[in-house]
Design a binder for this molecule. Structure first.
Ligand SMILES: Cc1ncc(C[n+]2csc(CCOP(=O)(O)OP(=O)(O)O)c2C)c(N)n1
Ligand SMILES: [Mg+2]
Length: 328
């Protein structure tokens, strides 16, 4: 990484605000599912908040972000409006996809979130398409494509990196390496020592960083995004992180060694960033508490909106499937 510029106070607090909103949403969704108020599988983003929080402060509203089933952190950081976001998660008619996407397929084009897919690795070729369109139309937009470490063993990953390199596309491939793909530890499924090493095979710029360090993540993302914007081509950015709450809600992570889990918990990026901001004099405890209170209030407003919203009508089933409404 060549970028060593530190973000200023305002940006640092914005990173914390975004990360805390993600944690608030994660905690609350789990509560609501456990209370039976939402019926849904859930892939927690706890532990990975700082990656999209520190990345998204480098993006413009028109830039694209693609993510996966484990994607609420990427969507919230990009700035999806809270009410229709929560309503979509709950499958309500007022959601960003009229309740048809549900928690695994939340999309909102107006926020630069054109695709969320549950098919591992499938986002990368789509990201190339968006980046290619931006290149041809000279819009200046960049596309960020998020995926996990497991996705880098899918053929689409390799094909997409190759083509992005050949066409010099304005795309950033962000591998959120949490060390596990479902219940399989990294070493049991991946031959490369580091994901970033795979960039070399495609003649692509590669950066590895600690995704749980706000400043490091910011610098890595800034370098990759500015390169793409300046026409210098794609980057494979490997952000090292950890998955605190299992593959999906209900998974107790029993296959993760106790000391590995304990060490990760000890390094929880959220309380660390909070303490660091105060320690460095960037904010007082009261400043940060005010950010947290506002996040909780705004999220709670969205939860109430979602819970009081109607379910989609059955007539919606045949709409938005083809360009013309399908016949019943
Ligand atoms: C093509 C495909 N194969 C298998 C699955 C089942 N599956 C869902 S998540 C997952 C693990 C992906 O791990 P990783 O890419 O590391 O992402 P993480 O869940 O850690 O964020 C698998 C194998 C799938 N959804 N799609
Ligand atoms: Mg993973």
């Amino acid at each position: 990484m060549t970028n060593t510029q530190s973000p200023d106070r305002e940006v640092l607090l914005d990173i914390y605000r975004r990360a805390h909103l993600i944690k608030t949403a994660d905690d609350r969704f789990i509560e609501l599912i456990k209370a039976g108020q939402i019926a849904s599988p859930y892939y927690s983003t706890r532990g990975q908040e700082l990656i999209p929080a520190a990345l998204s402060v480098n993006l413009k509203a028109a830039d694209y972000v693609i993510t996966t089933y484990r994607g609420i952190h990427d969507q919230l950081a990009k700035g999806i409006p809270l009410r229709p976001f929560v309503a979509e998660f709950m499958g309500r008619a007022t959601g960003t996809c009229k309740g048809k996407g549900g928690p695994m397929h939340i999309t909102h084009l107006a926020s630069g979130l054109p695709v969320t897919t549950g098919v591992v690795g499938s986002g990368l070729p789509i990201a190339n398409g968006l980046a290619w369109a931006a290149q041809l139309n000279k819009t200046g937009q960049v596309t960020v494509c998020n995926f996990g470490d497991g996705a880098t063993n899918i053929g689409a990953f390799h094909e997409a990196l190759n083509l992005a390199s050949v066409w010099n596309l304005p795309v950033i491939f962000v591998c959120q390496n949490n060390g596990y793909a479902e219940h399989t530890k990294y070493e049991f499924g991946t031959g490369a020592k580091a994901i970033v090493d795979r960039a070399i095979a495609y003649g692509m710029h590669g950066i590895q960083c600690n995704g749980n360090d706000a400043v490091e993540m910011y610098q890595a993302a800034n370098e990759a995004i500015e390169r793409a914007r300046a026409g210098k081509g794609p980057t494979l950015l490997e952000a090292r992180t950890f998955r605190f709450r299992g593959h999906l809600l209900g998974d107790d992570s029993h296959y993760i060694a106790k000391d590995e889990m304990a060490a990760a918990m000890e390094a929880d990026p959220m309380p660390r960033l909070r303490a660091w901001l105060i320690d460095q004099g960037h904010a007082t405890d009261a400043d940060i508490s005010a950010i947290e209170t506002r996040n909780r209030d705004e999220f709670e407003d969205a939860v109430e909106f979602g819970l009081s919203s109607p379910w989609p009508d059955v007539s919606e089933l045949s709409k938005d499937v083809y360009a013309e409404e399908a016949r019943a």
